[in-house]
Design a protein around this ligand. Structure first.
Ligand code: ADE
Length: 424
């Protein structure tokens, strides 16, 4: 790997660039809000001279975000936020066609994954852009003073926000972060409709199983789990939800799903999908009762939601039966199929969320990077929500791009909402 991170890269195969470039252009056609921001950034250059290191899933949508930031004048480096989510043709195009130093190879091992993060940090970022907080946590462990250059960062996902809030609570967070995930135009859509569709897409591309009539267990009923359950139901699966949060459990019941503990659900599951953000959701007690042929998939950020049979103290024979399907055979003859080594199946076996939904997520990223450059010095070492005017502006732009008009409050209605005198 080249040692000069500013002019270096580490990708699988540069000859894939032309295919990547076409797919990046296709995604752009589905990302009107980000395209508008890109046009403004080209004129105004709000990120001029800003060194920005991004640790994101290297997809066609991320490429469009990178091109937007570059149009704004940013000096960029990109590395993968997961060893299995990189689209190698996109990484190639970013390097070959757009000159963006990119460190990402699909199926990279953990050592390479962290070398790539180091390369992104060697860029001495002023702004960090993270998905899962591995870049920021590595930066906080670095002892060479790189952190001094940072004004602030953004975080894309629920898991990352939880880690960063924990850093803040423990008094170790050394610069402000804007939690992009918390924007309504992010988690209402990306987490729900994005994860819902792309997870089913990943499971189907990995296995080509029929969902109709299957019992699918959706573990976790946050925004992602709601999306998975909703879309699986739409394709005819019999959906069971598992939850630890009593309010969410009631919501799942009233949305029409059966709710039960995992150890009961595991006995009847054909497919289990985890989106909890927690560890060992499927563990030894559950593996012991799974039916022959059960399929296990994860769509949460890290690969620790499913305790892989061989790690769970259960001896099993393993073979790779399809590209993203590992078959584990237990001593009693039962077979269990783990998809994508337990990594987020929507990005491992499919292409992640569709561009039309990433349009809003990455519009938030671009505008929050601009916000940090403008306001970062005034912010504290805390995790901030996305400013409301950014969130609302993105919603307005998206509606306009969709050709949808909505009503506005009349003067009388606006007044009514802030008055208390009027009653029955
Ligand atoms: N996370 C989920 N889907 C994604 C995509 N298509 N691009 C980047 N990050 C993602």
């Amino acid at each position: 790997m080249p040692t000069d991170a500013r002019h270096g890269y580490d990708i699988k195969d540069a000859s894939l660039a032309s295919m990547g470039k076409l797919r990046i252009e296709w995604a752009q056609s589905q990302m009107p809000v980000l395209s508008l921001i890109r046009k403004r950034f080209e004129q105004e250059k709000p990120l001029k001279g800003v060194r920005l290191s991004a640790c994101l899933h290297v997809t066609t949508e991320t490429a469009n975000l990178m091109l937007t930031l570059k149009s704004g004048g940013a000096d960029l480096t990109l590395c993968a936020s997961n060893p299995l989510s990189t689209q190698d043709d996109v990484a190639a195009s970013l390097v070959v066609d757009y000159g963006i130093p990119t460190y990402a190879i699909k199926w990279e091992d953990e050592v390479t994954y962290y070398k790539h993060i180091e390369a992104a940090l060697a860029h001495k970022p002023n702004v960090t852009m993270d998905d899962g907080a591995d870049l920021v946590s590595s930066l906080h462990k670095d002892t060479t003073g790189l952190i001094e250059y940072v004004v602030g960062g953004t975080e894309e996902t629920t898991t990352g926000v939880i880690r960063l809030r924990s850093m803040e609570a423990n008094g170790v967070l050394k610069f402000p972060i804007v939690a992009v995930n918390e924007a309504e135009t992010k988690h209402f859509f990306d987490n729900r409709y994005g994860t819902g569709q792309s997870t089913i897409d990943g499971i189907l591309r990995a296995t080509n199983v029929l969902l109709a009539g299957k019992t699918l267990v959706a573990s976790g009923y946050g925004w992602c789990g709601r999306g998975v359950a909703m879309r699986a139901k739409g394709m005819g699966a019999n959906v069971i939800v598992t939850e630890v949060n009593p309010v969410r459990a009631i919501e799942a019941v009233m949305d029409g799903y059966r709710v039960m503990p995992m150890v009961e659900a595991a006995k009847i599951a054909d497919i289990i999908v985890t989106t909890t953000g927690n560890i060992n959701i499927v563990d030894e007690p559950h593996l012991k009762v799974l039916k022959d042929g059960a399929i296990l998939a994860n769509s949460g950020h890290f690969n620790d939601e499913i305790n892989i049979p061989s790690n769970a103290g259960m001896s099993a024979k393993k073979r790779r039966i399809r590209e993203f399907v590992d078959e584990y055979t237990f001593a009693d003859g039962r077979r269990v199929y783990l998809l994508g080594e337990g990594r987020l199946i929507n990005l491992a076996a499919a292409e992640g969320h569709p561009a039309a939904v990433m349009d809003m997520s990455f519009a938030n990223q671009a505008l929050c990077a601009e916000f940090i450059v403008k306001e970062g010095k005034r912010l504290q070492k805390k995790v901030y929500n996305v400013p409301e005017q950014i969130d609302k502006e993105i919603a307005r732009l998206k509606l306009t791009a969709m050709g949808i008009q909505i009503d506005e409050l009349t003067e009388e209605q606006a007044q009514y909402l802030v008055s208390w005198e009027m009653g029955t």
